[in-house]
Design a protein around this ligand. Structure first.
Ligand SMILES: NC(=O)c1ccc[n+]([C@@H]2O[C@H](COP(=O)([O-])OP(=O)(O)OC[C@H]3O[C@@H](n4cnc5c(N)ncnc54)[C@H](OP(=O)(O)O)[C@@H]3O)[C@@H](O)[C@H]2O)c1
Length: 270
């Protein structure tokens, strides 16, 4: 067991959405690496069960915060812990929610939940963690996007919108901290076997066989990507050249659009 009076050299990792799915596995893997943990989610019974298991199996200190990150009061409570607990060295912005349906069939409250948790909470908690990380020139933020960060389906406009935000927010942040000791990793999983599918309205059983990754495999690959220094980790992408080509095309598109003149094809009849 960890002697609680001794400082843990790895520090403490905060994992949001640690009561289930990918977050629960992140918590396990980080505990196995020796991090103390602060686990955040709404379902207290599940959080306590995860915490108890990890304390017993890995001997680390595990605290829990029962919080609905979709509410300002709870979000601020977690943000305060992040901005005041000097032991925190890692933030895994994993909590997320998904409703997959055509926009007209999607309740405004579901769109709001996705925006509140997937976007607002992720940004708020990053903002809370960053000043101390920068001051110590040390710290890691892991943001969970999705392959739907760069793609949208007819049933995913709102969800893809939130994950597209995560992608560009994280890219900007990576550039902001480039050259410092602070690291920000963007993880873009494809379909992975967790409860999020049944909760989204598209049951996991409806997905094509052979397209769904095991949740443990996804997190293990994501952490391997972190260890390898990747900025963007796509656990299911075998040919990394495809991502390199995409990034190159993105930069080329950006460079090509930086001019004061409208394109000649639009000079019609003026
Ligand atoms: N599974 C996939 O196919 C997939 C693919 C790409 C990206 N992702 C992303 O990966 C992340 C993890 O998803 P998952 O698949 O592990 O989903 P999951 O199994 O449904 O778990 C989601 C976690 O987020 C927590 N959460 C949801 N709403 C919350 C709220 N308002 N406040 C606090 N915690 C909340 C849940 O805990 P409580 O219910 O206890 O609050 C749960 O622990 C998400 O950001 C998701 O978008 C997943």
């Amino acid at each position: 067991m960890t002697n609680e009076t001794e400082k843990n050299p790895l520090g403490t990792a905060v994992v949001t959405g640690a009561s289930a799915g990918l977050g629960k596995i992140y918590a396990d893997r980080l505990a196995k690496r020796g991090y103390n943990l602060i686990l955040v989610a709404r379902r207290e019974d599940r959080l306590q069960a995860v915490a108890e298991t990890l304390r017993n199996s890995h001997g680390v200190k595990v605290d829990t915060i029962v919080a609905d990150l979709g509410t300002v009061v709870d979000l601020e409570r977690v943000a305060t812990v992040l901005s005041t607990n000097a032991d925190i060295t890692m933030l895994v912005n994993n909590a997320g929610t998904s409703t997959l349906a055509k926009l007209g069939d999607t309740a405004l409250s579901d769109i709001k939940s996705m925006t509140d948790v997937n976007v607002t909470a992720l940004v708020r908690l990053s903002l809370a963690a960053l000043p101390a990380f920068r001051q110590r020139d040390h710290g890691v933020i892991i943001n969970l996007g999705s392959v739907l960060s760069f793609h949208a389906l007819p049933i995913s406009s709102a969800y893809s919108g939130t994950k597209g935000y995560v992608l560009n927010f994280t890219r900007g942040l990576q550039d902001e901290v480039a050259g410092t000791g602070v690291r920000v990793q963007l993880v873009l999983p494809a379909a992975t076997a967790t409860d999020i599918w049944d909760l989204s309205g598209v049951p996991l059983t409806q997905l094509e066989p052979g397209t769904v990754m095991d949740a443990e495999e996804c997190v293990d690959a994501a952490l391997a990507g972190l260890d390898q220094g990747e900025l963007i980790t796509m656990p299911s992408l075998e040919d990394v050249q495809v991502l390199k080509d995409y990034e190159e095309a993105r930069l080329k598109l950006m460079a090509a659009s930086r001019t004061s003149k409208s394109a000649s094809r639009y000079h019609v009849g003026n």
